[in-house]
Design a protein. Structure first.
Length: 234
């Protein structure tokens, strides 16, 4: 499903964080390319820079040095207004702890990003219902997060990330709060989305079993990409 079109390119990405009188070198010159339609896993020990890298790719932070391109557009030092546009148009985020609004139903949680889009391309309720049904939650539209299992909540979060049809999904430990069966369902949902929509998916995980379900694995150690491209046997 992957193509030769580059969706993400980083060149010499360095991230330094001040800590008291010292500097933490979170990333030490990361070069990588991720192509359209790929599911890529980013793995490494705790503190290796995985989530830092994902946040930079998603425009949630800026690098100390280096460049980050999304669809050929350099986002490294954009102003916040332009970054917000890029995130809304091109990127969907999935987090470990779901981050659903507890007082809203599944349908309302998924419809919300569409309602806030500057140029909504979908009817919010119709789009939310289609996505939730595609993810096997057509009978849970009116349920609030407290009425759903962890796996169901994560699938609602995936639907919300897809609400405005972004070409890129960034997932930070999306199965970290789930049991094995629920985690498998979430990974299957991500693969189904890639097959149906050609969406590029980047997953940060500490779980080797999850990484083995991706197309490629990138390994970070101490802020350095130590295995640039590692094919994974399916």
């Amino acid at each position: 499903m992957a193509s030769t079109q580059t969706v993400i390119r980083t060149q010499g990405v360095v991230k330094e964080l001040p800590l008291g009188n010292t500097t933490v070198h979170a990333l030490r010159g990361v070069d990588m390319e991720i192509f359209a339609g790929e599911i890529v896993g980013i793995i490494g020990p705790s503190g290796s820079g995985k989530s830092t890298l994902l946040g930079l790719i998603g425009g949630l932070d800026t690098p100390t040095r280096g460049t980050i391109e999304i669809d050929g557009v350099d986002i490294s030092h954009m102003n916040e207004d332009r970054l917000t546009e890029i995130r809304n148009e091109k990127i969907g985020f999935i987090f470990q702890f779901f981050n659903l609004i507890p007082t809203l139903t599944a349908l309302e949680n998924v419809a919300l990003p569409i309602q806030f889009a500057r140029k909504p391309q979908f009817n919010p309720d119709k789009r939310a219902k289609e996505l939730l049904t595609m993810l096997g939650l057509g009978d849970r539209l009116r349920h609030r997060p407290s009425e759903l299992s962890g796996g169901q909540q994560q699938r609602v979060a995936i639907a919300r990330a897809l609400a405005n049809n972004p070409p890129l999904l960034l997932a930070d430990e999306p199965t970290g709060n789930l049991d094995t069966e629920s985690g498998a369902m979430v990974m299957q949902a991500l693969r189904d989305i890639r097959e149906k929509s050609g969406t590029t998916v980047v997953i940060v995980t500490h779980d080797a079993a999850i990484a083995q379900q991706t197309d490629r694995v990138l390994t970070l150690v101490d802020g350095t990409l130590v295995h640039g491209v590692v094919p994974v046997v399916q």
